[in-house]
Write a protein that binds this ligand. Structure first.
Ligand code: SF4
Length: 267
């Protein structure tokens, strides 16, 4: 069950003219630190004072620059990638997508028409290929039944309604739905993944008790609602998770976020 959002908000001046990648320093307005009640009734482990999320973004952007996400040549290819990347590495997804491209299947109509077994064989490198083939088919069935096969029409739907619709499609969970909304549709939703959670928890900004929706609200309530910012920030978080904030033996000394790590942090 989704818990109601209990994320407190600190004022960033939501009319912030945030634009990327032009000049982060000129446009991000850093105001207050994260207050002591991000989570009402929160854990005793919750950090009393922490830098604003923009500071986290700024550190990462300064260190690594734009990430040019999401890798994909079209909106539909991004959607395919968002579904195939579940429980596997991106390298495996790339192989599967290459197979689909070679077979000229990177359109909703082509996925709709190909036999399920043949589709499964082509995406085999992505793992769980039978389930994922069904998921791709289910998504295109939804797209045709609700929007006549048009991604343009689909993405014109207001964000909350479209998010609900995507979440009702078999095989699409919150992370996949939000990846589709943000990276294929440029809707202002923040994608939460395991890397995001790990970094927030290690920095005392969340606890394991917090739901996906709690963490999504943390970002969406405390940053300007700019899809370009959300795109870049999440991509930078993934890079940080892969290269520094590993599950075991995090490389804190070399990490751009090391200055924000509380002394008491669990590493
Ligand atoms: S590697 Fe260390 S400093 Fe970097 S995000 Fe993880 S916990 Fe923070």
């Amino acid at each position: 069950m989704t818990t109601p959002c209990t994320v407190a908000i600190f004022d960033l001046g939501m009319a912030s003219p945030f634009r990327l990648p032009k000049s982060v320093h000129e446009t991000v307005r850093v105001t207050k630190s994260v207050p002591d009640a991000i989570l009402a009734g929160g854990s005793a482990h919750f950090r009393k004072e922490a830098p604003p999320l923009e500071e986290y973004f700024r550190k990462l952007f300064d260190a690594h620059g734009p990430q040019h996400w999401w890798p994909g040549r079209s909106r539909f290819e991004i959607i395919i990638g968002a579904i195939l990347t579940q429980s596997t590495s991106w390298t495996n997804v790339e192989t599967a997508v290459r197979n689909l491209r070679a077979a000229r299947l990177l359109t909703p109509l082509a996925i709709e028409n190909i036999p399920l077994a043949k589709l499964a064989m082509l995406i085999r490198p992505s793992g769980y290929f039978r389930q994922k083939a069904k998921k791709l088919k289910t998504f295109t069935q939804f797209l045709f039944s609700a929007y006549g096969g048009s991604l343009t029409r689909m993405f014109r739907t207001p964000t909350p309604a479209l998010r609900d619709q995507l979440l009702s499609v078999h095989g699409i969970g919150p992370e996949t739905a939000d990846s589709i909304l943000l990276y294929a549709g440029e809707h202002s939703v923040f994608v939460i993944d395991a890397y995001t959670r790990r970094i927030l928890e290690r920095h005392g900004l969340a606890t394991p008790a917090h739901s996906y929706e709690d963490l999504r609200s943390l970002f969406e309530s405390n940053l300007p609602r700019d899809p370009q910012l959300f795109n870049e920030f999440h991509a930078l978080i993934v890079r940080t998770g892969k290269h520094y904030c590993r599950k075991t033996s995090p490389a804190c000394t070399a990490c751009p976020l090391s200055a924000f790590l509380p002394q008491s942090a669990t590493r």
